[in-house]
Design a protein around this ligand. Structure first.
Ligand SMILES: [Zn+2]
Length: 272
């Protein structure tokens, strides 16, 4: 694929989901892959630099970490941005509205430029998979496509499937918001997390009810968000995948484990 970056610096400000602080993000033109910068430390995005996947995808190096990179990474994937430097003023990426759309809009507004060079795909030659309980994820040989299935006991979410083949990211995937169960939100708050979270940046579900007064953006917004997440998590590989990805009830932990397997199999563990 063609390598691309931003034309000029993009400045985005917003509140971090977990600690609720105001964070400033500056995305700058660059030509050496995707690199995050915090406290002057440059952290190249690659699966080996993902240090936590429990509630979000956290990038880290030498004790400096940046949480919740997945929605921004997904927006970069969706816009075909292969190279940029992302400087962050705090330890998490702003939550915005819980989707990737605000990042997409800011970046599109600033402009995207071709670097006039090519990035080769990672061609998956034999199947790789990760299983945990009844959750699994698999990459097998084939043209790029992502099939995702979720199945939640909450009636408001239930069973949803989606297949994404690389088209329509901006309208079909980017607007899908993150979601949580009311009980989980209450638990996180009790642990001092999700302090910046609310109905303005997440869909919150209580059994058969969606608590957001505006309702859903898509009838299957939940599985669309899971596709948004996996596209961002797999973009940590820094190259497009020629593979069929199938995921069932997966999460960041499984997405990143698969990315780490692909990295060690096809890129060598010390590669950028
Ligand atoms: Zn997400």
């Amino acid at each position: 694929m063609e390598r691309k970056s931003v034309v000029q610096p993009v400045i985005i400000k917003g509140i971090g989901l977990h600690r609720g602080n105001l964070i400033k993000l500056t995305i700058r033109p660059h030509n050496k892959g995707i690199i995050f910068v915090r406290k002057g430390l440059k952290i190249p995005v690659k699966p080996d630099n993902i240090v936590d996947t429990r509630l979000n995808t956290t990038l880290g190096l030498r004790g400096v970490s940046i949480s919740t990179i997945e929605h921004l990474m997904s927006a970069l994937f969706g816009l075909g941005i292969t190279d940029c430097e992302v400087e962050v003023s705090g330890d998490e990426i702003p939550a915005m509205d819980g989707s990737a759309l605000p990042f997409v809009e800011h970046i599109e507004q600033a402009g995207i430029i071709s670097l006039e060079s090519e990035l080769s795909s990672i061609v998956i030659e034999s199947s790789l998979n990760v299983r945990r309980g009844d959750s699994w994820i698999e990459a097998s040989p084939g043209n790029f496509r992502v099939s995702y299935e979720i199945d939640f006991p909450e009636v408001a979410i239930g069973r949803q499937c989606l297949e994404y083949t690389g088209n329509g990211y901006v309208h079909e995937i980017a607007p899908a918001r993150t979601f949580g169960r009311l009980t989980d939100v209450e638990k996180m708050r009790a642990q001092g997390l999700a302090l910046g979270g609310g109905l303005h940046n997440a869909v919150v579900v209580d059994a058969e009810k969606v608590l957001n007064p505006e309702g859903l953006r898509f009838a299957d917004e939940f599985v669309r968000h899971k596709v948004l997440d996996i596209l961002g998590d797999l973009w940590t590989l820094g190259a497009p995948l020629e593979a069929e990805i199938r995921a069932y009830k997966a999460n960041h932990e499984l997405h990143i484990e698969l990315a780490k397997m692909i990295q060690s199999e096809y890129l060598g563990s010390n590669s950028k």
